[in-house]
Design a protein around this ligand. Structure first.
Ligand code: FES
Ligand code: FES
Length: 249
């Protein structure tokens, strides 16, 4: 694996996967694929799930299915229509939508820098196409904090504070869980997915969920602390919300 070759190789061939194949499942096949991602492949013997990417075991059959031409998907709550179904999802997000928070690392599904959520589940965007997630809801690092203050700050109107961030983002900042920060959007997206599935993970569960993310700066211990801190903060917050709902009734 070469993590030091930026923007070269397969990345220039948008739509190509790291192994050179261009198997693009059509939209109607993606519902079971997304379910397979969600349950780790257990319920779908015909699908293999590797590093968050689901592929049919009969890849030849997938390759023969027509590619959706103008797939519609929702990105950070906004409906989008892509011009090509075979467009690599990471390229589409970064170059077409200018959502550059999602990073290109290895381009081969190995580092996790490109992780986004598709229907709430972490997925490596370098390993899939826009057509493969047609009809799905894609969330990038830009879409997890919904405060108006962030949008205003991005438009140069006002200043956002730590409180405007998603609790996971805030915990990463508070634990100083980064050096260069390049890998962090991917770690954060997988953490958001993990805390949806498992709101109170143990340290072992955190490590298992993030084991296939690479941080070249080696900030792993601080990242683990940040994830546990975010889990605690989110659970306190949800208890508080439940309590105030109870008070109101
Ligand atoms: S860029 Fe490394 S897994 Fe996608
Ligand atoms: S690669 Fe630099 S903080 Fe992870």
């Amino acid at each position: 694996m070469s993590l030091s070759k930026p923007f070269g190789g397969v990345y220039a061939d948008h739509g190509m996967r790291g192994n050179g194949r261009q198997d693009i499942p059509p939209a109607e096949m993606m519902a079971p694929v997304r379910r397979a991602i969600a349950d780790g492949g257990r319920a779908s013997p015909d699908l293999v799930v590797s590093r968050g990417v689901a592929q049919c075991t009969c890849s030849r059959a997938i390759g023969e299915v027509p590619v959706p031409t103008s797939p519609v998907l929702v990105v950070n709550g906004v409906e989008r229509q892509a011009s090509r179904g075979d467009r690599n999802l990471l390229s589409y997000l970064r170059f077409d939508l200018r959502l550059t928070g999602t990073k290109y690392g290895c381009g081969e599904g190995l580092c996790g820098a490109c992780t986004v959520l598709v229907d709430g589940q972490p997925l490596r965007s370098c390993m899939t196409t826009v057509g493969a997630v047609a009809g799905g809801e894609v969330t990038t690092i830009e879409g997890i904090a919904t405060h108006d203050a962030l949008a205003a700050a991005a438009a140069g109107e006002g200043v956002a504070t730590l409180d405007d961030l998603h609790p996971v983002q805030r915990a990463f900042v508070e634990e100083q869980a980064m050096q260069c920060g390049y890998c962090i959007p991917g770690f954060i997206m997988s953490t958001v997915g993990l805390l949806k599935r498992e709101p109170e993970p143990s340290p072992a569960q955190v490590r298992e969920a993030l084991v296939e993310h690479v941080c070249r700066c080696g900030a792993y211990q601080r990242i683990e602390r940040a994830v546990l801190r975010a889990a605690e903060e989110m659970s306190v917050r949800s208890e508080r919300n439940t309590g105030s709902e109870g008070d109101a009734s």
